[in-house]
Ligand binder design. Structure first.
Ligand SMILES: [Zn+2]
Length: 127
């Protein structure tokens, strides 16, 4: 397992997921070479829940400022496998390398799969 995926797994163990029981962790490597990790945080008012990917990306912006760009992102859910949700794909696209070249890694049938954000979200919304 890649280092970034391992860090995502560690972050997942800290998730606050009493409702779905889906513990998700994320690790982001920025173009600046820094690594940030985060987990999902649920709420009794379900709509207030925030995914691990967005929590992590927002931490990276808070630390590096508005010019933060994501080189690579890994996401993992303990006991389950799935790629980032649609909302997170849009946020990843916002901070992607030019042309949607940011790499996103997740597990499928126990194996890491890497796709660019352009592959995961073709024709992302942009202003
Ligand atoms: Zn999400």
């Amino acid at each position: 397992m890649s280092d970034l995926l391992s860090q995502a797994r560690s972050a997942a163990e800290k998730a606050y997921a009493p409702y779905s029981k889906f513990q998700v962790g994320c690790a982001v490597e920025t173009v600046a070479g820094k690594i940030y990790t985060g987990c999902n945080v649920e709420n009794a008012s379900y709509g207030l829940t925030v995914c691990a990917e967005r929590n992590t990306l927002f931490q990276a912006v808070a630390a590096e400022g508005p010019g933060m760009k994501v080189a690579r992102l890994s996401v993992i859910c303990l006991g389950h496998e799935f790629p980032p949700c649609g909302a997170c794909r849009q946020v990843i696209a916002e901070f992607s390398l030019p042309g949607g070249r940011t790499e996103v890694t997740f597990l499928q049938q126990g194996q890491p799969v890497t796709r660019t954000i352009a592959e995961l979200l073709p024709e992302a919304f942009g202003l």
